[in-house]
Design a protein around this ligand. Sequence first.
Ligand code: KIV
Length: 270
Amino acid sequence: MINKTITKVTTHVLQEMKLKGEKIAMLTAYDYSMGLILDQSGIDVILVGDSASNVMAGHKTTLPITLNEMIYHASSVVRGVTRALVVVDLPFGTYQGNSKEALNSAIRIMKESGAGAVKMEGGMEIKESVERILTAGIPVMGHLGLMPQSIHKFGTFVVRATEDKEADKLIEDAILLEKIGCFAIVLEKIPAKLGRIVTEKIKIPTIGIGAGQNADGQVLVTHDMLGITQEFSPRFLRRYHNLYEEIKGAVSCYIDDVKSSDFPNDKEQY
Ligand code: KIV
């Protein structure tokens, strides 16, 4: 149910939601129109994900998308949003190298898009960059588990942290991200049991995507949950619509109407 008492979602609101046990609903958007629809539907958080690289640009991975492209998507979304917190992914290669570059990337996103926070993939490895960004007053959402920007290191999109060593590191990283000041953490494609352990161990909200029902919130890629994308079908994905077929059907009708001169009719012209 939508919480109508919240007029603007902030990082503090998300913290209170965790305390009250109220689940956080997050979805992705990359453009003004989708941002507007999601916001007016009452979504809590809109993620301008670097999944735009796949969904919008047709790349196989999230690696090619640039900072300028993310800023373009983010500023378009922000123009349609009044209530939701807009979080923007720092794209691959704009924060891993050194913390000064990371800070500059985050500042550009905040200044040029008007978003409310950034998201970064990784734990201990990116500690310095996260700290420096936080020092500038920019809220940071962490991202652990399957980290698509590291797909060439992982070599596969299978469930992460099924072995103790990786699970222990993930727990340590989550505690570290909380300690240095992140306001929430996305947990992607990890065992539900581990999702629960992390969620219970830290006080900041966890947002799961394939991390089980105990996470404090859930996120899906909007194009996947609406069934616009077809090829991607992981177990965690619940499809709420088959827009691919619906759009195809509507487009076929339009083509038929144009070809048969049924469109435009008398009332549809001047
Ligand atoms: O880029 C993205 O859409 C994401 C979500 C899958 C969490 O990071």
